[in-house]
Design a protein. Structure first.
Length: 394
């Protein structure tokens, strides 16, 4: 464990300002994992089970170094924030970022009792963190924190209060159904509602057709395998590089499902006909909130019953009856999400140079964020550079 203190070490506790913070860096997630039990997860992605699976899968991967920041109030010792971070090389510099690598849709600090209550305290925490990173014996050139919700449950995200924080080009997509699921379903456009009803009739023409939520580990892993095959086939058809079936990513999802499906944190739902898996959906649940993570279907042979949308609607109905009220379709503004009537949730990004090597990247991040405030201009520039806009699927 490497320990660096941002507050002055020899001062008496009563002399330390309330906005002083102590920063420790831990290289082994297992040494701090238990501290997650003392805080409420910022989002379902900051649940210990997600982070356990992530660090187990990636901690041994080449060029990924765990660097968990434990930040405490220097006067009281109360936990202010725990940031699940990594350090990795990128184009000749060393970047500090969340434990993500495109798998975590929402990144955030885990906040404790000593977390900042205002912008001034948030700035003090950020200064302590960046100063401690600069003093590490290993080089850190840039800290880049992306896809952070501005609000974490019923409290604000202190990192979103910083002057350097700006709107992320990605956003969340959320539906709050209320207690009457049929009323929510009726609020959908008539064409969407009728199509879902027709799809269910078509699918259930086969007497062996069924929808279910998996609760056993082995069955969950079998569905995950079907998902990997279906998604891999789809990406191959589209001529796209599919990274989720890479060794570390596949290990992460298997750990997540293997450890979380029996207690309801990892939710695996599926449409099946006998032994054939027609569609699968993987999500994570925290209390009354559910977030969709991966989805797949068996392809053209079942397209007449829109299995992707159908498995979503059936999963929502089943989870609603079990107390879920917020259904998060996560990032990515695909057309099918709009048909379900999602509400977009803004996310924020934050970056800062930690050395002269990181300054060009921090300036570039700032320029990109400024450009993203003008989406039409950004789209024109991307077209001029030959970059196609993100594809939105039906």
């Amino acid at each position: 464990m490497t320990v660096l203190t941002a507050a002055t070490g020899r001062r008496q506790a009563r002399d330390i300002p309330r906005t002083a913070f102590r920063v420790e860096f831990v290289r082994d997630w297992k040494q701090v994992a238990a501290r997650c039990d003392d805080v409420i997860p910022s989002t379902p992605f900051q649940d210990r089970r997600w982070l356990d699976a992530w660090y187990e899968a990636f901690a041994g991967a080449a060029e990924v170094e765990p660097l968990i920041a434990v930040i405490t109030d220097a006067a009281t010792g109360a936990l202010a924030a725990l940031l699940p971070l990594i350090r990795r090389p990128h184009k000749g510099i060393r970047i500090v970022e969340f434990a993500d690598l495109t798998l975590t849709d929402y990144n955030a600090p885990l906040l404790g009792a000593g977390s900042p209550r205002d912008a001034a305290a948030a700035r003090a925490l950020w200064r302590a963190l960046t100063a401690a990173l600069r003093r590490l014996p290993e080089r850190c050139d840039l800290i880049r924190l992306r896809k952070m919700p501005a609000e974490l449950g019923h409290v604000f995200n202190p990192l979103a209060l910083l002057d350097g924080a700006s709107r992320c080009p990605l956003n969340g997509n959320v539906i709050t159904t209320g207690d009457d699921f049929d009323a929510w379903r009726h609020s959908l456009e008539k064409a969407v509602r009728k199509e879902l009803e027709r799809s269910w009739r078509v699918f259930t023409r086969d007497p062996a057709a069924a929808f279910r939520i998996v609760t056993e580990k082995e069955d969950g892993l079998r569905m995950l395998l079907a998902m990997e095959v279906q998604q891999g086939t789809r990406m191959q058809q589209l001529g796209l590089n599919f990274v989720l079936n890479g060794a570390a990513c596949a290990a992460f999802y298997r750990r997540l499902v293997g450890a979380g499906v029996t207690d309801g944190y990892a939710v695996v739902s599926a449409l099946t006909v006998g032994e054939e898996v027609v569609a699968t959906l993987l999500g994570i649940r925290s209390g009354s909130r559910y977030v969709m993570v991966r989805i797949s279907n068996a392809g053209e042979r079942w397209s007449n019953c829109s299995p992707g949308r159908l498995v979503i609607e059936r999963t929502m109905a089943a989870l609603h009856s079990d107390g879920v009220r917020e259904f998060d379709f996560s990032i990515g503004n695909y057309a099918y999400k709009r048909r379900f009537g999602v509400r977009r949730i803004a996310l924020v990004d934050l970056s800062a140079a930690l050395s002269y090597r990181g300054m060009p990247y921090a300036l570039r991040d700032r320029a990109v964020r400024a450009l993203n405030r003008h989406p039409r201009l950004a789209a024109r520039i991307k077209r001029a550079l030959g970059r196609l806009p993100a594809r939105e699927e039906d």
